[in-house]
Each structure stands twice: as C-alpha cells, then as structure tokens.
Design a protein. Structure first.
Length: 178
C-alpha cells in the first residue's frame, strides 16, 4: 500500500468517526424521581402555609402568570388575583385545614409536572356551626429558568353535592298554571 493511500484512509476514518460521534444524541440524566419528590415536598409546604394562614408564603408557590380555578368562580389570573382569593378564604371564621397529594408525576422532559390530591377545609358558618368541605385538586407545575418549580395552574373543587335550586315562588307557580 502506498503511503498516500494510508494517509487518506486514516483521514477518512477519523472524519467518519468524528461525524458519527457528533451526530449522537446526548443522554440527559432522568431526574423525574427527584423532581417528583421535590413537587411532593413543595405541595406539603404549600398546604402547611395555607393552614397557617401565611398569605405571602401561600402565594409564593404560584408563578406570576398562574391560573387559579376555584369551585363556582371564574378563572383567576396572576398572583394578585390569587392573593385576593386566599385573603378571602383566610378571613372566613374558623378557617383551617389543608391538602395532601395522592399522585405526583413529572414529564420525561423534567420541565412540567402535576400533583393531584384531596383537600379538607374547615370553617364556621354564620350560626357558629362548624362546616367542612372536602374535595380534590390538580396543580400543574413548571420548572423555572433558575431550576425552581412554580405552580402555573391550580384547580380545586368540592365533593359536596350541589346546593338545591331555589324553590319556585308561589307567584311563578300561579303564572305557569294559566
């Protein structure tokens, strides 16, 4: 074999080897288990803050543009609207309780996750009688540029039966009879 052929063959093999290694996709570490643990811990800390009526800490778990979807209410957009909702809840006589995650899952991309669970909120009605609301919730969390997680969507609704529709008045019943 000629020396030129050997040099050209070596150069071609080096180029092909470099090209092949450059085309390989890099394997990213699977951090889902750690991220799921983080979300479970954040959710528990959030519940604790709400139970303690700590408004600043409670709101800190939301992203600036979070959507909050409470039962029987329009969608609340952003931290300011969420703060007003929580202030209203915290001002209820006898307010207390919290929530507990039942399922946490993070996308394989490790940038989105969700938490589902159940809640129990206590308050005192106008007559002084204790009242308990039990329900379920879903939170969507997004990993931020700094690596922290923030809740971008929060929905919760009651398991209690819907209130019965108000009874028709006698006047409306009389009208419909004619």
């Amino acid at each position: 074999m000629s020396r030129t052929f050997l040099i050209v063959t070596t150069c071609v093999l080096v180029a092909l080897s470099s090209l092949a290694s450059a085309c390989q996709t890099k394997t990213v570490a699977d951090t889902r288990a750690a991220d799921e643990s983080t979300l479970r811990s954040l959710d528990a800390a959030w519940s604790e803050a709400a139970g303690a009526k700590d408004i600043d800490k409670t709101i800190s778990f939301y992203s600036d543009d979070a959507l909050v979807m409470p039962s029987n209410s329009p969608v609340l957009k952003g931290k300011a609207a969420a703060r007003e909702m929580w202030k209203g809840m915290f001002s209820l006589p006898g307010f207390g309780g919290g929530w507990k995650a039942t399922k946490v899952e993070v996308a394989s991309s490790s940038d989105l996750g969700y938490v589902t669970g159940t809640y129990e909120i206590n308050e005192t009605d106008a007559s002084g009688k204790p009242k308990t609301d039990k329900g379920k919730y879903l939170e969507v969390w997004k990993k931020q540029a700094d690596g922290s997680w923030k809740c971008v969507a929060d929905i919760f609704n009651t398991d209690l039966p819907a209130a019965p529709a108000p009874a028709e008045t006698k006047a409306s019943q009389t009208k419909s009879a004619h």
